[in-house]
Design a protein around this ligand. Structure first.
Ligand SMILES: [Fe+2]
Ligand SMILES: [Fe+2]
Length: 165
């Protein structure tokens, strides 16, 4: 049985949290180049994840669960903040004094965001859609993941849903 939409996104959240922990644990010992490699991996994982939500999960939620409209709109803005910070990190030297601070703010923003998704509104999406719809959406996102953008600038080029930012 393929993962349903919420299972798929939640397992990606788990992967994102694990990468953040790795960054925090190695903060004292990693070289700037090692930090840059890990931040690159974090930004790529986030870009794929937010793309699937922006292009599939969020528009479907707006349609099927109108009561969650303000949660979805707030979430788009949080993705936008993550895109801006990720794009800035991609352009910045890991020796820059702002590098770790910017990466830390990105991670804090996203941790808050995924906690809200999991605790506050994904459970309501599960209530508002039936099992078959969630499975179909999961299958669609698994398919979209194969060709998903890997960087925020690619994500903007590939966006089709006119993310309201
Ligand atoms: Fe999200
Ligand atoms: Fe998410």
């Amino acid at each position: 049985m393929p993962a349903d939409a919420i299972e798929l996104l939640t397992s990606q959240h788990k992967e994102i949290r694990a990468l953040f922990q790795k960054f925090q644990k190695s903060a004292e010992t990693a070289t700037p180049q090692q930090k840059q490699a890990l931040v690159g991996q974090i930004c790529e994982t986030l870009t794929v994840h937010t793309y699937l939500e922006n292009e599939c999960m969020y528009p479907v939620t707006r349609q099927m669960c109108p009561g969650l409209e303000s949660d979805v709109l707030e979430s788009y803005q949080e993705h936008h903040v993550a895109d801006v910070l990720s794009a800035e990190l991609a352009e910045m030297s890991p020796d820059d004094e702002r590098y770790v601070a910017k990466a830390t703010v990105l991670m804090e923003t996203i941790l808050h965001h995924i906690d809200e998704e999991e605790q506050e509104w994904f459970p309501k999406v599960r209530e508002g859609m039936d099992r078959k719809q969630l499975q179909e959406m999961g299958a669609q996102m698994a398919q979209m993941q194969k060709n998903a953008p890997r960087s925020p600038s690619d994500a903007l080029k590939k966006a089709v849903s006119a993310m309201p930012v």
